[in-house]
Design a protein around this ligand. Structure first.
Ligand code: HEM
Length: 179
């Protein structure tokens, strides 16, 4: 049996940091800019276009990342010495993948139900609906955003706990170098 490597595959490291950056930007832009811009604002269609493209790219890169994760060798799951914390760490990883997929899925469902592909990309000249409030997928997209933000915070707190309190060099596993 081959020994588990000390670091994740470099492609996985690249995708991890690229997706971390893209997700933070999409969450902040979504909650701070999109949500606060009324659909009557002439700039809204441009903001939606950027957000929908970025969200779609995030979904594709996440699916590629999951595929690479399960087709390359990975370090053994990090331990804290506490069984419950270790289980929470593993659960947070699963939740991160699931929430990003349902986040993008609910965005696509909202776009489809509000006819956004034609309005935003098709140049149909149609106006946006007065608000997205009546679409059930809009509420789902907002709730999942909060759950994803909370899960990302838990993930970061866990990483800091390993790095700063346990001093086990966990962050090296998600950086480039000899595996
Ligand atoms: C994982 C990827 C995505 C993230 C992190 C994300 C994030 C967000 C956030 C944080 C909001 C504001 C929610 C709120 O404050 O209640 C939002 C709104 C929205 N998102 Fe996404 N989104 C993603 C993917 C998508 C996709 C793929 C689409 C469509 C193809 C989309 C379409 C929209 C629309 C139409 C809104 C509503 C804007 C409004 O109410 O004015 N999103 N998104």
């Amino acid at each position: 049996m081959t020994q588990a490597p000390a670091r994740y595959h470099p492609l996985l490291v690249t995708l991890h940091w690229l997706l971390a950056l893209m997700l933070v930007v999409a969450l902040v832009m979504g909650a701070v800019v999109l949500d606060k811009t009324p659909n009557s604002d002439p700039e809204k269609i441009n903001a939606l276009r950027g957000h929908m493209i970025a969200g779609g790219v995030i979904l594709i890169l996440t699916l590629v990342r999951i595929f690479v994760r399960f087709t390359t060798t990975a370090p053994v799951h990090a331990t804290t010495g506490n069984v419950l914390l270790d289980k929470l760490g593993a659960l947070v990883h699963v939740l991160l993948n699931l929430l990003v997929i349902v986040m993008a899925g609910s965005g696509i469902a909202l776009a489809a139900s509000a006819g956004l592909p034609d309005i935003v990309f098709g140049g149909s000249g149609q106006a946006l609906p007065e608000s997205f409030g009546a679409f059930p997928a809009r509420a789902a997209h907002g709730i999942i955003a909060k759950l994803l933000m909370a899960t990302i915070v838990l993930h970061i707190v866990g990483a800091i706990y390993h790095q700063v309190i346990l001093k086990d060099g966990l962050m090296k596993r998600v950086w480039f170098g000899k595996r």
